[in-house]
Design a protein around this ligand. Structure first.
Ligand code: PLP
Length: 402
């Protein structure tokens, strides 16, 4: 057989580091090693029973056919109502798109808008998929480092400095994966003021973790803070994280009808629509009893507090308190330059994460995968006993360095 050569877009991108990390953990477990896994990017809870029941009922009613590209009437109503609650703004069915997860909505949005060389401003640390999604769609990621000194958040000055004539999109992810940083109303207003001067720039606000934020009140959304930007903001959200529904693959986007129309045109040729059964489940999740969301938030808060206190007690590591999502981004500059008992030098955060896996069987993801090192990300979407045991093991591993 002739050698297979993939399209250039495939060689431009890499597989998701978090998916690779999960695969590595599975491999090691299959070899019989006990691994304490802090890499997981999904809730450890089961999907709420009333949501599963709604899906089963949809199957029984025969709702197992194609739907319209932007969803069943029930799901559309549920999304529009949710958007109104979250932003105070009114959207119409022509202004919403749905996809197989927020991930697919974001990918299709780039496919619908990027031409060769169009720039996408991505604050770092970033969700690992953004740069590759941009590259796969012929765009150029413009990475803007946002250090711990600025709370891992994009400042108005940094935004103004990153925008050029080629800028097509700015991505804002709040609460952030991997840092848990949350933009306040004031911070969003200051970014909006910069965007006023650049009317060609679209903004993708990824709010997939919006229900997991530990501050008082609702999360501030850019489009709610600056409704004047509504004609160029694509608000992306979904049911994966808030309702423990990662496997149902259902996300949505809301934005101006022309942009959404282009996304839906592509979607009509990609998959026609996401699963009808998942749509019924998502509608039930968005409109039904929200106590699952409140209860899981309290569980995450307790785990966060335990994890952050234990990590900060380790000499050589430090960790800012995340305000949302279920991740902590741990500064490990204090261990860089040290050596293991076998004399191996730890010169990068990746060296450190490999050492943790080898030495104490704790799996975390290196900060360099998210565009800002030397850090590592832990997920606390796992039970407290695992969190406590893992951090105690990390402590032991750090103490063994010299
Ligand atoms: N956006 C961010 C920041 C994420 O961390 C993730 C999942 O890890 C997604 C989007 C994708 O969510 P979904 O499961 O809806 O595709």
């Amino acid at each position: 057989m002739t050698e297979f050569v993939p399209a250039s877009r495939v060689s431009r991108i890499k597989s998701s580091p978090s998916v690779s990390a999960a695969a590595r953990v599975r491999e090691l477990k299959a070899e019989g090693r006990r691994i304490l896994d802090l890499t997981v990017g999904e809730p450890d809870f089961d999907t709420p029973a009333h949501v599963k029941d709604a899906a089963a009922a949809a199957i029984s009613r025969g709702e197992t056919k194609y739907t319209s590209v932007n969803g069943t009437p029930e799901l559309q109503r549920a999304i529009l109502q949710t958007l109104e609650l979250k932003t105070g703004l009114h959207y119409t069915p022509a202004e919403i798109t749905i996809g197989g997860g927020a991930k697919q909505v974001i990918f299709t949005a780039f496919m619908a808008t990027l031409d060769q060389g169009d720039e996408v401003v991505i604050p770092a640390p970033y969700w690992v998929s953004y740069p590759d999604m941009v590259l796969a769609n012929d765009g150029s990621p413009v990475i803007v480092p946002c250090g711990e000194d600025v709370g891992f958040k994009l400042t108005p000055e940094a935004l103004a400095g990153a925008i050029t004539d080629r800028t097509k999109w700015l991505i804002l992810n709040t609460p952030s994966n991997p840092t848990g940083a949350v933009y306040s109303r004031e911070e969003l207003a200051a970014l909006a003021a910069v965007l006023e001067d650049h009317p060609q720039v679209l903004v993708l606000t990824d709010e997939i973790y919006d229900e997991i934020h530990f501050g008082a009140g609702k999360l501030s959304s850019l489009v709610a803070v600056a409704p004047g930007l509504k004609d160029r903001v694509l608000l992306v959200n979904g049911v994966s994280k808030a309702y423990a529904m990662t496997g149902w693959r259902l996300g949505y986007g809301a934005g101006p009808a022309a942009l959404v129309g282009a996304i839906n045109k592509l979607q009509s040729q990609i998959s026609s629509c996401p699963s009808s059964v998942s749509q019924a489940a998502a509608a039930a999740a968005l409109t039904g009893d929200q106590s699952f969301v409140r209860d899981s938030l309290e569980t995450y808060r307790e785990r966060r507090d335990v994890a952050v206190a234990a990590l900060n007690a380790i000499d050589g590591l430090s960790c800012a308190t995340p305000e949302g999502a279920f991740y902590a981004y741990v500064n490990c500059s204090g261990v860089i330059g040290k050596s293991t008992r076998e004399g191996r030098l730890i010169s990068t955060d990746e060296d450190f994460t490999l050492y943790l896996l080898d030495e104490v069987g704790v799996a975390v993801i290196q900060g360099s995968a998210y565009g800002l090192g030397p850090y590592f990300r832990i997920s606390y979407a796992t039970g407290l006993p695992v969190i406590e045991e893992s951090i105690a093991a990390i402590d032991k591993a750090v103490q063994a360095l010299s």
